[in-house]
Design a protein around this ligand. Structure first.
Ligand code: GBH
Length: 587
């Protein structure tokens, strides 16, 4: 892939971005530049320069040198050693249904997962693949963040190599197949398939994902494919601001159509985007690395959100026209929201929190075509209203409700009350105006909602008792009879990255209890009538945890990041997760 692509760099971004070539005066501060006579121009963003760059230029100029793995060809799977399939000592009872039942936890004969229940594991391209510069992949915003931006470089970890899943996927799939996993959720790297995010398609990437999908099918693993998990092609960010601009809508739909055409004959389950709340709140991106944008920082997420709704809904309708039997949705996220007390204000705070998180996307897609009233009121002064036609297209643009449902949290009204917060845009809780806590109120004892995960994932607690209520809430509020999938759930074992003994790492009791109790909580929800059709555990292997690098671990398998070609090892939690289906899934 060396076909050039023309794009524009704003002045300040260009000065910063070109710095590695050393051809520009290093002393130019990023917010100013010099004219020919050496005078400082105070507003360099008024100028833009067209460059013709090929993929290699983009890496050299905009990212810098990247690390290659030792293994750079696709590796065949080796048989999973029988010895590594021996389950750990039980947490509560013998992990296999043939084993002895322990009196402390007898099988509940009234619970079951149906035969078709899709239990599986999840991942995302940028977090596992590595091989970032190989086979024509173009850079994404995350390559720049990981290489160039302070606060995104944890201990100099980048995702350049990470699990090297790009070359080791056959082994990875063999290892999840060996545990009987039924479904595998992964994302495509947009800039691998279209190195510039638009324009030329990289056939090598299509061939790669074809083989990933075909290997899944050989093992009877159902693939679920996410088009976008945060790795915006860098060209689109630098040309028009990525999701801040509605220009992304056509580019996303064109990319979706390439993916649907290439893989739609074998892939039924599609997710358009992963967690728009999260990647929209990633805006504003750090200054001086990407195209400068003049939208006020606090408004940017809502511009992103609008682009997402338009891109998602158009991709949905295109997908349904190209693949009539497909099942398409986007992945929502957020914890269950519990009022801290039974006061009216705390109930209002909870509702505002749902509105400004899940409701921001789910009310339009599942209920009305438009934002919740509180969000609409807030955005009315700066965001263009959706047209009737757009609302019609957005409304109903999902076949299932997919939620990344990791945890739960208490919500309560801000000090001074919600109205005072709403009247004061400098209140840090504005505009949601809901406060949060992970502890019960002092009157209720002040205990944590549940055991905390690694301190690096301070948002995550094991709050599995709330899962049945959570799933009922989704069913009653948004799903409207559609099936529900828990599209991610998982746990960061505290201090796991500090452990040095392999056996110590592999024995992860809090993550085990999370998966044990979460699977039982889903069984309770099912017994209550919730139309839950699957769950996807995050994640099947340790991986690149975004701005936290490798410092917190979500994997149910260990990988040695200093050489990912060394064997992976199942952690005890993987057996714990699997055992729930050995015991409770109908044969
Ligand atoms: C998932 O999001 C992601 O889809 C996945 O890529 C990731 O690896 C996984 O979580 C584990 O983290 O740090 O206080 O600002 C889960 C939802 C939403 C949880 C954003 C972390 C940031 C909270 N995430 N949230 S904070």
């Amino acid at each position: 892939m060396s076909r050039p692509y023309l794009f524009l760099l704003a002045g300040a971004a260009a000065a910063q971005a070109l710095e590695p070539r050393q051809t520009f005066n290093q002393s130019i501060p990023p917010t100013t530049t010099l004219n020919d006579s050496g005078s400082v121009i105070e507003n360099p963003t008024a100028f833009a320069t067209p460059f013709v760059l090929n993929v290699e230029d983009m890496w050299d100029l905009l990212v810098g040198s990247v690390t290659s793995a030792a293994t750079t060809t696709t590796v065949s799977a080796t048989p999973v050693p029988a010895s590594s399939l021996i389950p750990p000592p039980p947490l509560y009872y013998s992990p296999f249904p043939t084993g002895q039942q322990y009196p402390m936890e007898l099988k509940n004969e009234s619970w079951s997962f149906s035969r078709s229940f899709l239990w599986g594991v999840a991942s995302a391209a940028f977090q596992i693949e590595g091989a970032v510069r190989d086979d024509g992949r173009g850079p994404s915003v995350w390559d720049v963040l990981g290489h160039r931006v302070t606060n995104y470089e944890v201990n100099n970890y980048t995702a350049d190599v990470v699990d090297n899943n790009y070359y080791l996927y056959k082994e990875d799939l063999a290892r999840i197949a060996a545990l009987g996993v039924k479904a595998y959720s992964f994302s495509l790297s947009w800039s691998r398939i279209m190195p510039f995010g638009r324009g030329p398609v990289n056939q090598v990437a299509i061939d790669h994902y074809n083989d990933v999908i075909n290997t899944c099918l050989e093992y009877d693993i159902i693939p679920l494919v996410t088009l976008y998990h945060w790795d915006t092609p860098l060209v689109l960010q630098d040309t028009y601001g990525g999701w801040l601009s509605e220009d992304i809508v056509n580019d996303f739909v064109a990319y979706a159509s390439v993916a649907f055409a290439a893989f739609g004959d074998r892939v039924t389950y599609w997710f358009t985007v992963n967690e728009p709340i999260v990647f929209c709140q990633q805006y504003p991106l750090p200054a001086h690395y990407f195209k400068n944008f003049t939208i006020p920082a606090e408004h940017q997420q809502f511009y992103c959100g609008q682009s997402v709704l338009l891109a998602h809904s158009q991709a949905y309708h295109l997908g349904k026209s190209m693949m009539p039997n497909s099942i398409i949705a986007y992945k929502n996220n957020g914890g269950y929201k519990i009022p801290l007390t039974n006061s009216t204000e705390d109930a209002q705070a909870v509702q505002r929190a749902w509105d400004f998180n899940e409701g921001w996307f789910s009310d339009p897609v599942y209920l009305t075509g438009d934002y919740p009233a509180s969000v609409k009121n807030y955005t009315a002064s700066f965001l263009r209203p959706l047209t009737q036609q757009e609302m019609q297209s957005i409304n109903g643009s999902a076949d299932i409700y997919a939620h990344d449902a990791y945890t739960s949290q208490f919500y309560f009204a801000p000090d001074g009350g919600i109205d005072a917060c709403l009247a004061n845009s400098s209140n840090p809780l504005y505009p949601t105006c809901a406060n949060t806590s992970y502890t019960y109120s002092a009157a209720d004892g002040g205990w944590l909602i549940g055991p905390a995960a690694d301190p690096g994932a301070s948002w995550l607690h094991k709050a599995t008792d709330w899962v049945p209520q959570f799933l009922n809430y989704i069913a009653d509020t948004w799903a409207g009879g559609r099936p529900i999938v828990v599209s991610e759930f998982g746990f960061a074992e505290p201090f796991e990255a500090d452990k040095t003994l392999l056996q110590d790492i592999l024995y992860d009791p809090l993550r085990m209890s999370y998966y044990h109790d979460y699977t039982r909580a889903m069984l309770i929800a099912l017994s209550e009538g919730v139309n839950l059709i699957g769950c996807l555990a995050w994640s099947f292997v340790d991986n690149f945890e975004w701005a936290s690098g490798f410092s917190i671990r979500f994997g149910m398998q260990y990988v040695n990041f200093s050489d990912p070609a060394l064997p992976r090892y199942y952690k005890a939690s993987f057996f714990e997760y699997k055992s729930a289906f050995d015991i409770y899934q109908e044969q």
